[in-house]
Each structure stands twice: as C-alpha cells, then as structure tokens.
Design a protein around this ligand. Structure first.
Ligand code: HEM
Length: 346
C-alpha cells in the first residue's frame, strides 16, 4: 500500500484544488472521478483526466465512464429478471450493451498498447506486473486479453463501491459537522499532506468508515454455494444451493448490535475489535478466501481522502435532507451536493 500512497495523495490534492475554486460540491461526480483517478494513477500509472490537469490522459474517458456505468447497471438489473422478461429485455438491450462492452474493452486496450509501445510496461505497478510476470511453471505471460479483463475488473469492482462509501461518509460529515470538527481536533491538527504512517493512525476516520460500511454496505451481500447438505437457522440447504448473505440486514440487527443498531454512531467502532466469533455480524468485504481483494486499497484511499478533505475544509449542507440510496451494481446514494468551506474561512 505504501507504493500507492503517493498517487492517491495527488488525487486528494487535485480534489482540494477543485473544491477551493468551487465550494458547491457535486458529491456523486467528484467521488466517481476521484476513485477512478486513484485506480488509474495508482494501479496503472494512467491519469484518467477526470480531475486535475492531465494532458497524458487517454482519449474518451468520459464516454468510458458512462459506458461502464451502463454495463454495470445492466448486469445488476438482469440478475433480478423474471424468466420470460429477462431474455426479452436482454434481446432489446443487446446491441447497446454490446457497443458499450466493446467501448470499455477498446479503452483499456489502448492503455495497454500505449504501455507496451512506450516501453514503460516494465513499471512495477499492477499493470506492469501483469504484463511482465511469467507463470512460474509454464514460463508463459498472461494473455493480453486476460490482462485487459483484469484491469476492467479492478476499475469496475474498485470505483463504484469506494465512491459509494465516500459519499455516505461525506453525507454524515456534512449533515453533522461536529463529527469532522472532533476528528480535526483530535487527529489532524492542520495537516494538509498526510504521509503513509499518519493515514494508518487515523483511528476516528477508520471508525467512521466502518460505521458507514455497517449501515450502508456498498455491496449489500454476497452469495455462497453449499458444498454439502447443511442446516442453517433451522432450514435445510441442500448441496449446490446458493444462499445470499444479506449483510445489509445482518449488520443492522438490534439483537446483535443493540437497540441503537439503526443509528449512525461511529464511536461504536472505536474500542471494539470484531472477530469471527463476535456476536455482531460485520462482513462488508465478504468473508474467506474470496473476500474483497481490494480491501486494504479501499481503506487506505478512503481514509486518506477523508483526512485530507477534513483537514482543509469544513463540510456543511445548505438544507438538511435524507440520504436516499439506489440499488444498481452497488448500493449507492442518489446524487446530492454539499458545501466545502476552507477551514480558515469557516
Ligand atoms: C468500499 C469499497 C469496497 C467494498 C465495500 C468491496 C466489497 C466487496 C465484496 C463484498 C466482495 C465479494 C466478497 C465475497 O464474495 O466474499 C468484493 C470482491 C472483490 N473486490 Fe471489492 N470492495 C471494495 C473495493 C474494491 C477495490 C478498491 C477493488 C480493487 C482495486 C476491489 C476488487 C474486488 C475484486 C477483484 C473482487 C473479487 C474477488 C474474488 O472473487 O476473489 N474491491 N468486494
């Protein structure tokens, strides 16, 4: 994670420059941009041109973001389709979705081609490692179309989820600015540039992030398939049957979390170390060997971004409003705006 820190910091800086110029913040747009920039710059040494002034950005990023969002929404909606409706809808949507899939693939292909042409494929970032590391048994490189699909997986799995988490955190910070004031007083003391070790020590922000993940898990659940017949809560789950673990409900269960389970109270995570045997269910990253591979990446980037933003801005809203969520590829807040006033002027 240390090697990604610098690239993440450049995105936090670009965000602050943008907010200094215009305090009326479109949270959805800026968090989409920030999370895609972070994966692009940290994982693939490729500024995406969504934040900051980057001439080196690939062409067509805006269309890439729009096409990727349509593909993810379509994939998510089609998992709920009824037997007859599903194939019909798929048939109507097919040409548009195929065009979008081809567009996002072509966009990533151009990033890879550029790396191969300019000789920087040797870079030790994620993309460089995938392009140059040989299979220890066969000596083969990963086929390029496989590398492209891995890059797309990271871009897709990594940006919507993280943007959703940041949006929930910004909502709570802006609707109750005392939360941010306390974090600044206790942990940030006017720091603008946070180094790697400082980010790791921001325990109040980590608690805030956990509380956001508990009440609003961006991936609201995950599937598991029974390998053998199992009894679960008095029900027989036969071998081969899929079960959806709904973290969203289990993480709000008053029987485990107490009578204030539905309230946003980040302090509950300050002195609690949850383990697998704790009565409280907390699995926003999934569980076991297939749990989220980007977990540490997401924790570091969100802690850094929130820390950087809070040390420079006091966040508020013009008028109180309820957070509304919509279920797409992730459980993500509806777009909303906040006001970011530089702390010196707040
Ligand atoms: C707040 C941010 C994130 C949340 C809440 C989240 C959540 C999850 C969850 C619940 C799963 C399924 C785990 C399971 O089935 O047990 C998952 C899988 C995955 N996530 Fe994340 N994720 C986040 C960020 C990221 C980032 C930043 C990346 C990449 C940079 C990423 C890459 C992946 C990948 C590749 C998988 C599939 C892993 C596998 O099947 O082995 N995620 N994530």
């Amino acid at each position: 994670m240390r090697s990604y820190h610098r690239a993440m910091q450049t995105v936090a800086d670009d965000l602050a420059i943008k907010w200094e110029k215009n305090p009326d913040v479109d949270v959805h747009g800026d968090m989409t941009a920030a999370t895609l920039e972070i994966i692009g710059r940290a994982g693939f040494s490729t500024p995406m041109g969504l934040l900051g002034d980057h001439e080196a950005a690939p062409e067509g990023t805006d269309e890439f973001v729009a096409a990727l969002s349509r593909v993810l929404a379509w994939a998510s909606e089609s998992t709920n389709d009824l037997p007859i409706v599903g194939p019909l809808r798929a048939a109507f949507a097919a040409p548009g979705i195929r065009r979008d899939v081809n567009y996002v693939r072509g966009f990533v292909d151009s990033i890879i081609e550029r790396r191969q042409k300019d000789g920087s494929a040797q870079n030790n970032d994620l993309l460089g490692l995938m392009l140059t590391t040989r299979d220890p048994e066969t000596g083969q490189l990963l086929p390029v179309d496989n590398v492209r699909d891995q890059v797309l997986t990271f871009l897709a799995a990594g940006h919507e989820t993280t943007a959703a988490l940041l949006e929930v955190a910004l909502y709570h910070l802006a609707t109750d600015p005392r939360i941010g004031d306390l974090i600044v007083a206790e942990e940030l003391s006017g720091n603008r540039v946070l180094d790697y070790d400082e980010v790791v020590r921001l325990r109040r922000i980590r608690a805030l992030i956990n509380e956001c993940l508990r009440l609003y898990p961006p991936a609201p659940g995950f599937f598991r398939i029974a390998r053998s017949d199992q009894e679960l809560g008095g029900y027989l789950v036969p071998a081969g049957r899929a079960v959806f673990v709904l973290s969203l409900a289990a993480q709000r269960d008053p029987a485990a979390w107490g009578s204030d389970a539905g309230e946003f109270r980040a302090d509950r995570f300050l002195n609690t170390r949850l383990t697998a045997s704790s009565p409280e269910f907390f699995a926003p990253w999934g569980t076991g060997p297939r749990s989220c591979i980007g977990r540490q990446f997401a924790i570091h980037e969100t802690t850094l971004l929130i820390g950087s933003v809070l040390s420079q801005f006091r966040l508020t809203v013009n008028k109180p409003f309820e957070l509304r969520l919509r279920e797409r590829a992730t459980l993500r807040p509806e777009p909303f705006r906040i006001v970011a006033t530089p702390r010196g002027r707040a």
